[in-house]
Structure formats: C-alpha cells, structure tokens
Design a protein around this ligand. Structure first.
Ligand code: 13P
Length: 251
C-alpha cells in the first residue's frame, strides 16, 4: 500500500551552516516522537553531504531538488544523478514548477532526468501543477494529465518508484492553499490517469503529495482526503517546529 509522506523543499534558502542547524533541529525534534509518515528533507546540492551526516536515516530521508538530464561530461555547473546518489540522498525532486517556469524545463528533459534518477537508484518526487490561468479557464485537468503522461514511456516497475507531487502554481508561496476538495479532485484525477495507463495496482500504490502553502493549520484537512498522501512543503519546512506540525497532521 502507498506511503504517507511529508517532504520539505528548502529551495534556494539557508547557508550551509544554517542548513545543517535546521536539519539537526528537525532530527532532534523527531526523535522519540510517534511519526506516522515518511519524512524527507530536500536540500540544495551544496548541503547534501553535510546534512546527510546529521540526519538519522530512519527518521528523515534525504533528497536533492534537481539533477541534470545528462549522465556526465562537459556540462559546467550541472550536477548529475550519480553525484546526487553518491552523497547519500535517496530522493530527488524533478519538474518543480520553478524549474519549469524559470529554467524552461520541458517534458522531454524531465523524462531524461527521471530515467537517470531511476538508473541511479534515486526515487523521483515528480511535480505537476497548473498555473492560475489554467485553473481559471478550466484546462487544469488536461494540463496536469499531460505532465503525468510525460513519464508514460517508463515501465510499470519504474513508474511504481515515483512519488507525484501536485503543486498548483497559484498556491505556491502565495498563502493561497487549494481547498481540500480541489486537492482531492485533482489527486483522484491523477490516480485515474495513472490507472488508465498502468493499472489499478500501480495507481493505488503511488503516493500523491499536495504542495502549495501547506502549513500546520491546514495540513490535517488536506491529508484527511483519501487521495492526498501527504505534502511537499516549501516555506513551512524552513522552520523545524512548523515542519513538525505538518508531520503531526498524520497523528
Ligand atoms: P510553499 O509551501 O512555500 O507554498 O511551497 C510549496 C512548494 O513549492 C514545495 O515544493
């Protein structure tokens, strides 16, 4: 059966020292607590090794926020999936809307990144989500379907290793959360899209996270929905106590 997951995405925040301190705080707060979900912290490339050294892997798993679509070679400034893996990371966020919007990442690149992540034994947290205009003009279900379908070259076995994060772009960092009903409707739609391609078993086993202004005060209502299997958390993951508050929504 699918896992419940709360994952933090630090984005481009914290210096190395600040990041290590935050990871330490999260680790310490979780110790001895009754945790009913998998906890993942996705951090900038520069922080991976140092953060890994302070996280206890049975409490908090480590992830990166991106990786290259190329395997290796003359790509100055890029970081490959095998480099990410070699730091001890288990997860990698791919296709975040900020990567799609600001860095022009397209479906083809995202498929290449996903394949390389999987080939290097990293579990992708693959982000999808519509912009405000698409929400307002009613095309959001088709838009998100297209984003999920970008992965449909994968075998059922490989697709089964992927976590999907539905992050409506209009809800990211805006304080404007999707309602629990909007999230549930979209998550059920995504699960159906997966089922139509890969069958019921793969669809039922895929964790689908919600992201976008998720915080301790709204996490419980969102996570109570049957197809919402947790959250991908931006701003509220930058403080250990609010991150913990979201994790505790599963208690
Ligand atoms: P916020 O929680 O800050 O809205 O960010 C969500 C997000 O983009 C996580 O990947």
């Amino acid at each position: 059966m699918r896992k419940n997951i709360v994952a933090g995405n630090w984005k481009m925040n914290t210096t190395l020292d600040e990041g290590v301190e935050l990871a330490n705080e999260i680790n310490t707060l979780l110790k001895g607590k009754n945790v009913n979900c998998e906890v993942i912290t996705c951090v900038p490339f520069t922080h991976l090794t140092s953060v890994n050294a302070v996280l206890e892997n049975d409490l908090v798993k480590l992830g990166a926020e991106n990786c290259s679509e190329h395997e290796k070679g003359a790509y100055t400034g890029e970081v490959s999936a095998s480099m990410v893996k070699s730091t001890g990371a288990e997860y990698v966020i791919l296709g975040h809307s900020e990567r799609r919007q600001y860095f022009g990442e397209n479906n083809e690149q995202l498929l290449a990144k996903t394949k390389l992540a999987l080939a290097n034994d990293l579990k992708p947290i693959f982000c999808v989500g519509e912009v405000l205009e698409e929400r307002e003009n009613g095309s959001y279900n088709d838009v998100v379907k297209g984003q999920v379908e970008a992965l449909f070259e994968l075998s059922p076995e490989d697709f089964g290793k992927i976590v999907i994060a539905y992050e409506p772009v209009w809800a990211i960092g805006t304080g404007k959360t999707a309602t629990a009903e909007q999230a549930q409707d979209m998550h059920a739609h995504i699960r159906k899209v997966i089922e139509d391609k890969y069958g019921k078993e793969v669809a039922e086993n895929t964790s689908i996270l919600y992201g976008g202004s998720c915080k301790p005060s709204n996490a419980k209502e969102l996570f109570a929905k049957p197809d919402v299997d947790g959250g991908l958390i931006g701003g509220a993951a930058l403080q250990a106590d609010s991150f913990l508050g979201i994790i505790e929504a599963f208690n």
